[in-house]
Design a protein around this ligand. Structure first.
Ligand SMILES: NC(=O)c1ccc[n+]([C@@H]2O[C@H](COP(=O)([O-])OP(=O)(O)OC[C@H]3O[C@@H](n4cnc5c(N)ncnc54)[C@H](OP(=O)(O)O)[C@@H]3O)[C@@H](O)[C@H]2O)c1
Length: 275
């Protein structure tokens, strides 16, 4: 019942599904319970009579803690669908723990987009399982991209997508800092960037130019994802100089006062380094 878990539960309720929820810290689902969800005391109870279990958790450690590392924590035959952004290696481990009943479904999009049925779902898993899950996933969002039979492939796609967001924000931050230093007005900058920036950056242009960096995707998570991307490349023998620098910038943001700020707050790190 973090930002994304709550949005997913909301979408499931809105599309007519029966939903049981669990969160490590209880009491974070009051509005969903009022809307018809049942709060379970453990993941095992939440999944006991479920057809499908969705997990949406912070990182690799959280996913291992909730779904199991050495052995599957959730008994039964329910399909297990992890929507967290984690390493492909963690996903591969889950696929072997929940053999034949595991799919990965990381999400591209903000919590508000997920709740409104407008996020992009990157899904991968055994074909027969995906066939069974298709109506449910399509009810969550028609923007469904199939990434193949291997669940880890969906995480590779997700990490590439997030790198385009995180690297793009760093790049546009430099354009903002240089444009402002050169005397461009904020409206002129907004107009130019609105025309030229990639579509995945457009909803953050106002924030990049003038703040206040109060968004839905904190720099701590941006740093996690930038590092997952460089780890992915490095573990395949690829050294990516721009991505290494981008990861450093987000790590710097996450280590300081910007940890809870939206990833657009990266502009302040760029501004600081720019002198
Ligand atoms: N925010 C976005 O825009 C966005 C977009 C796409 C994908 N994502 C990905 O979606 C995932 C969730 O993101 P979010 O924004 O929803 O994060 P969030 O609001 O911080 O929620 C994180 C959730 O993970 C739980 N958790 C963390 N560590 C745990 C542990 N060791 N054991 C059990 N539960 C644990 C938290 O429980 P507590 O409440 O008890 O702390 C909370 O329910 C991340 O992988 C993120 O990268 C986020």
């Amino acid at each position: 019942m973090g930002r994304m878990g709550r949005a997913l539960a909301r979408r499931l309720l809105d599309t007519g599904h029966r939903v049981a929820v669990w969160n490590r810290t209880p009491g974070r689902a009051e509005d969903l319970i009022r809307a018809g969800a049942i709060e379970a005391p453990t993941p095992e109870v939440a999944s006991a009579n479920a057809e499908v279990v969705f997990s949406v958790l912070t990182d690799d450690a959280a996913v291992a803690a909730v779904l199991g590392d050495q052995a599957p924590r959730l008994p039964g035959t329910a399909a297990v669908v992890d929507a967290s952004t984690v390493s492909p290696e963690t996903t591969a481990r889950l696929a072997s723990l929940y053999e034949g009943r595991f799919a990965a479904c990381p999400v591209l999009g903000a919590p508000s987009a997920l709740a409104a049925g407008q996020a992009t779902l990157l899904v991968a898993g055994p074909p027969s399982l995906l066939e069974r899950l298709a109506p449910l996933l399509e009810s969550i969002s028609p923007e469904l991209r199939r990434c193949g039979d291997d669940p880890a492939a969906a995480l590779v796609a997700k990490l590439l997508g997030n790198y385009l967001l995180l690297g793009g924000l760093a790049l546009v931050s430099e354009a903002v800092v240089a444009g402002q230093a050169a005397g461009m007005s904020d409206p002129a900058l907004r107009d130019l960037l609105g025309a030229l920036a990639a579509p995945n950056l457009r909803n953050r242009l106002d924030d990049l130019i003038a703040g206040p960096h109060e968004g839905w995707f904190p720099t701590s998570m941006g740093s996690k994802d930038a590092h997952l991307f460089t780890d992915l490349a490095r573990s395949r023998g690829r050294h990516l100089p721009v991505a290494e620098l981008v990861a450093q910038l987000y790590a710097e943001a996450a280590a300081g006062e910007l940890a809870e700020a939206d990833v657009a707050g990266i502009v302040e790190v760029v501004r600081h380094r720019a002198g």
